[in-house]
Design a protein. Sequence first.
Length: 512
Amino acid sequence: MSETALKAPGAAARSGDANRWKALVFIALAQLMVVLDATIVNIALPSAQQDLGISDGNRQWVVTAYALAFGGLLLFGGRVADLWGRKRAFVIGLVGFAGASALGGAATTGAMMFGARALQGVFGAMLAPAALSLLAVMFTDAKERAKAFGIYGAIAGGGGAVGFILGGVLTEYLDWRWTFFVNIPFAAVAALGAYFVIREPEGGRNRSPLDIPGVVLSTLGLVSLVYGFTRAESDGWGDAVTVSLFIASAVLLLAFVVTEARVKAPLLPLRVVTDRNRGGIYLSLGIAIIAMFGTFLFLTYYLQVVKGYSPIRTGFAFLPMIAGMMAGSTQIGTRLMTRVPARALMGPGFLVASVGMLLMTQLEIGSSYASTILPAMLLLGLGMGTAFMPAMSLATLGVEPRDAGVASAMVNTSQQVGGAIGTALLNTIAASATTAYIKDHIAGATSRSQQELVQLQGQVHGYTNAIWFAAGMLVLAAVIVVGFVNAGRPDTTPTASGESVQDDVPVPVVAH
């Protein structure tokens, strides 16, 4: 086969959609909205709880209802994008998310709020994989793909921290309801832009019949898993319902794998996850997110409860991490992704982030922001940005176009499950360490002020114990990357289907 013939698909892809960079603006805006929503509501939760009369026992459902719907339906959402077309799924997801946000902002009861959050999760599960798969099928040139995924990766990694700032500003100066209403202009601009600008490549749909058993088993299995970790955080790991949820999840997900191996048109073709590169990406991303979610959570509590920061000041304290992520993703990752293998960026990226975590283990009540937290955040952001960017790209590289939506959904699923595990697991570690510290030291505190000091010291001790664990998670993610991810530079990556990739475009090899 001639060189011209080999490069023809890439050339066609590059010339086929002149609006792809404009499309990236609207895809990135939609991704920012989804990521912001994960943290912006947390800042507003105390005010919303008071206004709507939600009990302490039920307030977790503001977060849990969204997490269950989003995490449980992601694979289904990815398959719908492959079936309907990514552009259509993307626009429907945006419109639905905006409507659910309006409902949440107008909520007058706790039940109405919980329902709105669940609806947000449903449409988010359609929107998120459609956004990533649009990038995967629109940007096929290696250098262009690197730039596009650099921007996307920076937003995916840093958007959550921006949510703390925006949530603090809206809650403090306007009203908690605006943390929902703010999604509407985001969604409107992104949906209109996508409708008029995005031109999805032809021939990429998967029109096979929907795998109903796969949908049911995967949804129930993922919901059980996410809810099990949520219950573990509030009711303990030994709680009968928690244990039952974990057992049910294991049985359902095992049945899902068996089903997918046998049905003619599976919801999740096993070829998507059994490829060592994609499997390594999904696993390492999930583990890294465990560490990230724990850091967001504990650092927020440390700054507000221990240091007395306001919500807005706390949000701005996260800015160095956002700056690090932007630099790591758009400057380091984008520039090197086409020159070095992915693991040469991801492995060192996770290790640099772990050094940032190790700095945070030195936190004490009187620790200085400038000398301890600032450098830790910069390293954490720089490392995660450098690792996330090639991970986002490689997770969809080499998949058949008809599988792009479900491969993208797996990226989001690994992050969502990692977040649920991280919140529950690291909270449990922190709470146990805090309880043990206070029990050992409270006897020596004779005055009220000394007892309050021991309480604060116990909290910080709990945070640092959990952060040690998070640092270990990042090292484990680096080890997984080195062990599993063996893809070369994007212009020479072999795919699972026996195709060689040139300029990020699969080029069929002569039949064996």
